[in-house]
Design a binder for this molecule. Structure first.
Ligand SMILES: [Zn+2]
Length: 442
């Protein structure tokens, strides 16, 4: 780059041109598609009439796409700039031949860069098929910067957490413990459940090289876990995903409570048999960890408050609509359960090696699509015109409350309470209703 700049200065001096400004976009080639701030600045200066000639090392440093050359030529023409000198050949933009030559250069450069990216793609694929490490700035956890040499300390950690994950420990809990032990990630960022899942699910640690998400070769680096463990991890993760979606709601107020100390969201969390809502600290949640409340009394209190608020008679229509909705809700949720059971079967077949990854993926994608669609319908039914159905129906709803499913109850709560803030406990023992500060929608 420095040599090119000096060549250009020399050329200007030979011509007897005084250098008005130098525009250098380091490390940004004309065809990379990245923004070239200095090029933009030069174009603006030409447009403003500040320049009367341009010296460039080579035309392909200036523009790589024909359209860019046309813009450049038009700008120069409008500003009366005719002289474009290059170290290799001069271009007179005021002359048809000159412009023609420049166009040929530009077209050639564009073709060349297209060929280059095709070459790069082919190279990347070959690279993968040879089991060589891929590009990317970060080293993978478990390996040194060459992406081949195993880092023995991190490898030991991978083996440990792989075992715990397969045994059923959640990625979130694993991440929290790694953070607690102050083990650094390979990028220096914080441990999250996604970081843990990313490391454990990667074919890399089983000594496989993947390309676009599919294992394509045995890698040149040494495996840290066995192929069998790798399959177990994928299977556990797929089952967890399916189970996560199937898990029935157990918390009436999930997503509706805020921490009185940090305004963060409270998460449902059981301790033994006790259901609680908790402000969670740590990378995944980022709360203060300072507020905890047992679930049942808050749920009873808010339910009573909501129903009281809605209290006025006129029942019949509401309950009829609701029965219709509940029937539709039942159908939809059993449809969803069936789909999810099939999903689980598939992942087990994959884990057992009865079907290939390709087959698994081919069957899984449309299933996932159907599950999402069904869940969207479910959400619509649960939330459908809840408000107009329930306003003024407190007493009747109170009678019907115990017989409603939790989704339905949640939808009604949501319709009336925007959120409730839970203040920290000031005394031990009995639940203090003053800790609950609802923000009403209605
Ligand atoms: Zn908090």
């Amino acid at each position: 780059m420095q040599r090119q700049l000096e060549d250009c200065r020399k050329l200007a001096a030979e011509r007897g041109w005084q250098v008005g400004a130098e525009y250098v976009d380091n490390d940004v080639s004309a065809y990379s598609g990245k923004k070239r701030p200095e090029y933009t600045r030069m174009m603006a200066d030409i447009r403003d009439g500040l320049r009367d000639a341009v010296v460039v090392y080579n035309m392909d440093r200036l523009t790589r796409r024909p359209i860019e050359l046309e813009e450049f030529a038009a700008t120069c023409e409008a500003a009366g700039v005719r002289q474009v000198a290059t170290v290799t050949a001069d271009v007179d933009l005021g002359n048809d031949d000159g412009l023609f030559m420049a166009r040929i250069f530009a077209a050639f450069a564009a073709k060349e860069s297209g060929r280059k990216s095709e070459r790069l793609r082919r190279k990347a694929r070959q690279n993968a098929e040879l089991g060589q490490p891929g590009g990317g700035a970060n080293r993978p956890f478990g390996y040194e910067a060459d992406k081949i040499t195993v880092n023995p300390v991190e490898a030991e950690i991978i083996r440990e957490i792989a075992g715990r994950y397969i045994a059923g420990e959640s990625a979130r809990s694993i991440a929290a413990k790694l953070a607690e032990r102050e083990i650094p990630t390979s990028s220096g960022s914080a441990w999250r459940s996604t970081t843990v899942r990313g490391i454990l699910r990667a074919p890399r640690i089983a000594g496989l090289r993947s390309h676009h998400g599919v294992a394509v070769a045995t890698a040149v680096w040494k495996p840290i876990i066995t192929l069998e463990q790798h399959q177990q991890i994928l299977s556990v993760s797929a089952t967890k995903q399916a189970a996560g979606r199937r898990a029935p709601r157990r918390y009436l107020l999930s997503g509706m409570l805020r921490c009185g100390k940090c305004q963060g969201r409270l998460y449902s969390s059981a301790r033994g048999a006790e259901r609680r809502y908790v402000c969670m600290s740590g990378a995944d949640h980022r709360g203060c960890g300072g507020v905890t409340v047992t679930a049942p009394p808050v749920e009873e209190l808010l339910t009573a408050a909501v129903l009281f608020r809605l209290d006025t008679p006129d029942m019949e229509a509401v309950l009829t609509d609701q029965r219709d909705d509940d029937a539709e809700h039942g159908e939809l949720s059993s449809k969803r359960d069936k789909l999810q059971a099939r999903m689980k079967d598939l992942s087990e077949m994959f884990a057992a090696g009865e079907i290939s990854r390709m087959e698994w993926k081919a069957a899984r994608d449309p299933l996932e699509h159907q599950i999402t669609a069904t869940e969207q319908q479910l959400a619509r039914v649960s939330g459908s015109s809840t408000l107009e159905q329930i306003v003024g129906q407190g007493a009747a709803l109170r009678d019907a409350w115990a017989g409603m499913n939790l989704e339905r109850q949640h939808a009604i709560m949501r319709a009336v309470v925007d959120y409730a803030t839970i203040m920290p406990a000031t005394r031990l023992g009995r639940f203090d209703p003053d800790r609950v500060i609802p923000e009403w929608v209605l």
